[in-house]
Design a protein around this ligand. Structure first.
Ligand SMILES: C[S@@+](CC[C@H](N)C(=O)[O-])C[C@H]1O[C@@H](n2cnc3c(N)ncnc32)[C@H](O)[C@@H]1O
Length: 217
């Protein structure tokens, strides 16, 4: 199991993922901006809406953006607080997005989706991200897409840069984790850069590992 990390500087004081993420979400009324991830917008805007699943949906920024574009969205996350915030945000907008509290390491479903997204599905705790991605690939319907976006390096304000114990995802590693076969097309597998603003207003260019694959119809 590879330990993947968020860009959160504080070392975890628990190895229980629900407790850890509840602690994170409990720090503020909102810990994310509410805006969709830029790479999601850049890569998914032209797709025909259908059923979408957002893994590690947090407070629902990506799921709500998808629902506003006509996708029927399910968001899942281990934090009940995050799920409650996402549910409220969707209700405030009159959107038919649904959210569930699940542990993705054990969650299983018979449903299939036309789009599965995993944006920054990373944790400072032990987390079987590769196994979760592999399972997620099996949830993609014929003709559907899977998008993975992950920190490929530590943001400079994270205090994690240069720590050799931290393994960040790579496009090749995420493709290997997905284990997509000949019935899939790899549309994107690259590190992309983007401008970002740190918690104290610092400006930086961050590296993201981006993988977009499509199961053939
Ligand atoms: C870095 S945040 C990303 C949130 C959101 N996707 C975004 O891009 O802003 C990682 C999310 O994964 C969730 N998460 C971590 N481990 C999980 C698990 N085992 N099962 C489900 N969700 C998990 C966390 O609660 C958190 O919301």
């Amino acid at each position: 199991m590879t330990h993947q990390h968020t860009a959160h500087a504080q070392p975890p004081d628990t190895d229980d993922p629900t407790e850890f993420w509840e602690g994170r979400y409990g720090e503020k009324d909102a810990i994310w901006s509410g805006r969709p991830n830029r790479t999601l917008v850049d890569t998914v805007s032209d797709l025909t809406p259908g059923r979408a699943l957002d893994l590690g949906c947090g407070e629902g920024g990506d799921a709500i953006w998808l629902a506003e574009r006509g996708w029927t969205v399910t968001g899942v996350d281990i934090s009940p607080t995050a799920v409650a915030r996402a549910t409220q945000a969707a209700a405030d907008r009159g959107l038919a997005a649904s959210f569930r509290t699940v542990d993705l390491e054990t969650w299983r479903t018979d449903e299939t989706f036309d789009l599965v997204t995993a944006c920054f599905l990373q944790s400072p705790l032990a987390f079987g991200r590769e196994q979760v991605l592999r399972h997620a690939a099996g949830l993609v319907a014929p003709g559907g897409h899977l998008l993975s976006v992950a920190h490929a390096a530590a943001p400079p304000w994270s205090g994690l840069a240069g720590d050799p114990t931290i393994v960040f995802p790579t496009p090749a590693g995420d493709l290997a984790a997905l284990a997509v076969g000949a019935d899939w097309d790899v549309l994107i597998a690259q590190v992309r850069t983007r401008p970002a603003t740190g918690p104290d207003g610092q400006q930086a260019t961050l590296d993201d590992s981006v993988v977009l694959v499509r199961r053939r119809p």
